[in-house]
Design a protein around this ligand. Structure first.
Ligand code: PMP
Length: 286
């Protein structure tokens, strides 16, 4: 990765950015992050991402007052603007040795870099490829609402999916679906959207929340509900959502087609509403 990155108060070429081996983010994953799409140089749901980060910082007791919105925008501008994902990470800071408990407060480490992305769901929706998924046990810790860089459980799940020729792993805890390894989950039954409620077992996705807002505004029924893994067999449609992908239909789960194995009509409607939302935002910015 090249380009200009932000590290602890400075904008520097990526090759020159250095973080200590005693940084608690590196040693303990004592660290939070966000991935924020910028389209045409403008942050998409930027406030929602930063609100989630702030809430995570509150829960894990990291203190830092920085204008993250301005810093993210500046990283995008310094790399030529356009359509980029911004990666923002905050760690509790670099110690002088490896100790689990550090009595003296450290200065948090802040890293922001960016890379080019496509606009989620841009263009002809007929060309959107659905994905295949597997189901797997959710082996993560019990604070999945915190967007920590401690992602080993998620990584093991997606590795398992890729080894099975699938592109996402839908995780199951105590018999109930939680979310994808890097996405939220929606199951459609009786033309109603069902999705697990936000609690400590899932990440409160910014895209998830946007889709539910769009559904409400357009009289599409939705409900938060505990979803037993067995409900996937009866689903009319299954979708996943994330910031960089928008909303994507899941066409096959554990080798079984979801309904007729094609993207469903409600997915199409939601994807169109999402596209409209993006367009309004771009038009307002031009
Ligand atoms: N759940 C997990 C575990 C994720 O990693 C992500 C991606 N950040 C999401 C859900 C979706 O969140 P968002 O819509 O904010 O990208």
């Amino acid at each position: 990765m090249s380009g200009i990155v932000y590290l602890n108060g400075e904008f520097v070429p990526a090759e020159e950015a250095r973080v200590s081996i005693f940084d608690r983010g590196f040693l303990f994953s004592d660290s939070l992050y966000e991935v924020i799409p910028f389209y045409h140089g403008i942050g998409f749901r930027l406030e929602e991402h930063l609100e989630r980060l702030k809430e995570g910082m509150r829960v894990v007791k990291m203190e830092l007052n920085l204008d993250f919105a301005a810093l993210c925008s500046e990283v995008v501008q310094r790399n030529g603007g356009g359509n980029r994902a911004v990666y923002l990470q905050i760690t509790r800071g670099a110690d002088t040795q490896r100790r689990v408990v550090c009595q003296t407060p450290l200065v948090p480490t802040v890293v922001i870099f960016s890379y080019p992305i496509a606009v989620a769901l841009e263009g002809n929706l007929d060309l959107v490829k659905g994905i295949h998924a597997i189901t797997t046990e959710d082996i993560r810790w019990r604070h999945c609402e915190i967007k920590t860089t401690g992602l080993l459980g998620n990584i093991m799940a997606i590795q398992q999916a890729l080894e099975s020729g699938a592109q996402e792993a839908l995780m199951v805890r105590d018999g109930y679906l939680t979310e994808g390894s890097s996405s939220n989950l929606f199951v459609i039954q009786d033309r109603t959207i069902f999705t697990p409620a936000t609690n400590e077992l899932i990440l409160g996705g910014t895209t998830r929340n946007l889709l539910l807002e769009l559904a409400s505004a357009n009289n599409i029924d939705w409900q938060e509900k505990n979803l037993p893994a067995s409900c996937l067999h009866r689903a009319e449609e299954v979708w996943i959502s994330s910031s960089t992908r928008g909303v994507i239909p899941v066409l096959q789960i554990d080798g079984q087609a979801v309904a007729n194995g094609q993207p469903g009509p409600l997915w199409r409607r939601m994807a169109e509403l999402y596209q409209c939302f993006e367009k309004q935002l771009f038009d307002a910015c031009n």
